[in-house]
Design a protein around this ligand. Structure first.
Ligand code: ADP
Length: 165
């Protein structure tokens, strides 16, 4: 049984993230989307909100689940028994960071294999941060996220301090 974790901030989960998770779920027996609770980033959604939005987006896929985690990703991988860490690679933005992450992960935990999925052409330019900017400015985001996430984003940019769940 091959278990893969797909760790990230998912602030919020986009169709680009989902595309990677679904493709990974065709290859690995189980995919666990790991929502990292406190990345060094300015986040719009709380950890619980990010995890709830991600869970709703994958609820119909039997071999994908979502877990919140804190601390080192390699420790999360060990805890859930994962042999693989999945990440996504967009053409221009991601290579250097993901390469460094792969090297560091290999040093910390050589048994954990990192597998990168090339972003699909239609999602190459899509990032959570760009999406938040478009939502803040009132642009249409419905092509890039699930209806649930679109609604949550629109409400959240209006009143960022309000809890949505
Ligand atoms: P992190 O804060 O760990 O970078 P993100 O939520 O931004 O977390 O992204 C998680 C992973 O998904 C990263 O590997 C990132 O490169 C990848 N990713 C983000 N957006 C896309 C996309 N549009 N298509 C494919 N992969 C993506």
């Amino acid at each position: 049984m091959t278990i893969a974790i797909y760790p990230g901030s998912f602030d919020p989960i986009t169709n680009g993230h989902l595309d990677v998770a679904l493709r990974a779920a065709r290859i690995f027996d189980q995919v666990i989307i790991g929502v990292y609770d406190t990345p060094e980033k300015m986040l719009l959604f709380s950890p619980q909100e990010r995890a709830t939005l991600a869970s709703a987006a994958v609820k119909e896929v039997s071999n994908i689940e979502v877990q919140l985690y804190s601390g080192l990703t390699i420790d999360f991988a060990r805890k859930v028994g994962a042999q693989v860490m999945v990440r996504g690679l967009r053409a221009s933005a991601d290579f250097e960071f993901e390469f460094d992450l792969a090297m560091m992960t290999h040093n910390l935990s050589p048994e954990l294999e990192m597998v990168c999925f090339m972003a699909s052409p239609q999602y190459q330019f899509l990032s959570s941060s760009l999406l938040k900017e478009v939502a803040r400015l009132g642009g249409n985001i419905t092509d890039w996220v699930t209806p649930n996430v679109a609604l949550a984003l629109v409400n959240k940019v209006k009143s960022p301090s309000e809890k949505i769940f």
